[in-house]
Design a protein around this ligand. Structure first.
Ligand code: G3P
Ligand code: MG
Length: 372
């Protein structure tokens, strides 16, 4: 696959061809420099750093090089920015730290639902339904964000099993239930935090909540948009441990809307977060600027060039391009160069995250040298 890529890469680079190894002396001489980093990275996770639970070999080397051992000889700030989720940022960052061998904290991790931290206050005292993930893990995450009355579709199934007769709760799901009478517990909003485990159950209950204007089981009325619906990840497909891409939360959204349209004649209006949305890239820009500001001060945070490294043209590249960032598309995930040019043209293509980082850092090193 990669035989042609290097040549292709050089053409795209429009940079003078550069002898492979920058003089060790120059690299070392800048090490520990307090000169501000002229760039910062946002790294996608699935298909860039991980494939399912497997850590891609280039990932550790790429992230380790950001600690100073690079062509700029400076520490380069970065965040991880994924459309994944399903657990809290604390748990996920601790797991990523073990997997990647570098310190990942909630301060430099953005999951698909992290942005809801800044919206929880709007629904703090209202009843909300949270979809996705296992059992009631995301109930606890939502409560951690500030939502106080959080229910799951498993709670609804437990309340009245006839709400969806084709599924029996497992013992561990029964243990996760928060009892409630949904005929008197109005649901004001539905938040799809992560990929649902039971599409049929969830589509049924989403339809019930909307068509009964929040009170499950109440007579159906023509939908009036009173129930807010929020999806956190638009990915139709993503790359996990299997050889081919897998259906993502975006496919669940399509399935829901197809059923809802069949029931009512039109899709239900919803809010979409996650890459490539502007809301999520603006949220990420704020987090990146904070990290740069902490390391090098305000001016550096305003001047730094942002680089998004991703495997999905529809989410990583489209979003970064729209945000005015530089974008690097790698070949270790969703996008397969054999399938033709990507739907959204990146600033650069690279075989993997290590080559992507090297290219971006050298590009900024050339710029730094040129600007003297
Ligand atoms: O469910 C996660 C998936 O949609 C993509 O994750 O890390 O590639 O943005 P990521
Ligand atoms: Mg990805």
């Amino acid at each position: 696959m990669f035989a042609g890529a290097p040549r292709l890469i050089h053409r795209r680079l429009r940079l003078p061809h550069r002898p492979r190894a920058l003089s060790a002396a120059r690299c070392i001489s800048n090490a520990g420099s307090t000169r501000p980093s002229p760039l910062a990275f946002a790294f996608d996770i699935d298909g860039v750093l991980l494939r399912g639970t497997k850590v891609l070999p280039e990932a550790k080397r790429a992230l380790a090089s950001l600690d100073g051992a690079n062509a700029l000889g400076v520490k380069i700030p970065y965040i991880l920015m994924t459309n994944g989720g399903g657990v809290g940022e604390d748990e996920r960052s601790a797991r990523l730290t073990k997997q990647l061998g570098v310190p990942i904290t909630p301060a430099n991790l953005i999951q698909a639902h992290t942005i809801l931290k800044s919206h929880a206050h709007e629904y703090a005292d209202k009843n909300v339904l949270v979809l996705g993930g296992r059992r009631d893990v995301l109930r606890k995450v939502a409560e951690g964000y500030g939502f106080r009355n959080v229910y799951t579709t498993l709670d609804v199934k437990s309340w009245n099993p006839n709400v969806w007769p084709f599924y029996d709760l497992t013992p561990s799901e029964v243990a996760s239930i928060k009892p409630a009478d949904f005929s008197t517990t109005p649901i004001a909003a539905i938040f799809v935090f992560h990929d649902p485990r039971n599409w049929a159950l969830d589509i049924q209950i989403m339809s019930d909540v909307i068509l009964s204007r929040g009170l499950i089981g109440a007579p159906y009325t023509s939908p009036d948009d009173s129930v807010k619906v929020v999806f956190c990840n638009p990915d139709l497909v993503w790359r996990g441990g299997f050889e081919r891409s897998r259906l993502g939360q975006g496919a669940f959204r399509e399935a829901f809307q197809a059923v809802f349209t069949a029931l009512t004649g039109k899709p239900y209006p919803h809010v979409q977060y996650g890459k490539p949305t502007t809301a999520t890239y603006d949220f990420a820009r704020g987090v990146l600027q904070q990290r740069i500001g902490e390391a090098y001060g305000e001016p550096a945070a305003r001047q730094a060039n942002f680089y998004m490294v991703g495997d999905n043209p529809e989410s990583d590249i489209a979003g970064a391009n729209a945000a005015g960032w530089s974008s690097v598309l790698v070949h270790t995930g969703v996008y397969d160069p054999a399938s033709g040019p990507p739907a959204h043209a990146p600033t650069h293509e690279a075989p993997d995250v290590e080559a992507a980082v090297r290219w971006a850092v050298e590009r900024e090193a050339v710029r730094a040298r040129a600007s003297g």
